[in-house]
Write a protein that binds this ligand. Sequence first.
Ligand SMILES: [Zn+2]
Length: 245
Amino acid sequence: MNRQTKQKLRDALIFLTYYSGWPALRVWFYHWRKVPLLRVIAFHEIKDSEIENFQKCLVFLKNNFNVISPNDFLAGKFSKIKANALITFDDAFESWLKNVLPALKKENLSAIFFTDNRGLALIPALRQAGQTIGGHTVNHSRLTKITRDELAFEIAENKKQLESATGQKIVFFAYPFGDKQSFNQTVINEVKKAGYQYGFTILPGFNKSKTNHYLWHRDSVDLNWSENFLRTWLAGAYDGWKKLL
Ligand SMILES: [Zn+2]
């Protein structure tokens, strides 16, 4: 199956699943049991041409979710009657300062910026805007493919540098790439050992209180998606298909 066919099949399955009513029923059931649900959104670069879509996406999130700040997350301030959303960014882009910070300010939102050492120069402006910094290794390495020494260095050195740049303890970490091949038990142990409290993947899904703190689900959102597609995706219509496609 080529990539395009695969994607078409994926999209068809997502819509079928969504309109079966199953994802909405599942969310309703959790809320009926007073179980807080959280989707974590992962953005990367926001290009000049994407500012408008990005702003629309933030408004969509505010209208459809209880958008929480990193501090709300740490304090466990989740809604139990509406799905929660936490916003994050990965890597290191100059465009964060120009395109992301003004949009977040306009919507009065705060996010976690997971950055490798390329992002050190961006930290003062991000911190001044009240944003939270998270670790993402020194060189954005695929952590399952390097030696134990390199692994320890990638995680601990990045944390040290980010802490000296922010003057704060860094508690959030995102595995570079975030897919299933980006972490294993050795990697998770090293993240824990470095003193991180939370590890984030890029595997879509609802996070619940029993979600492993080092394997939080995240949704990598594409700003070219239609609002309807974003709605079906974040309702969890794709979560079960991820393993098959
Ligand atoms: Zn990354």
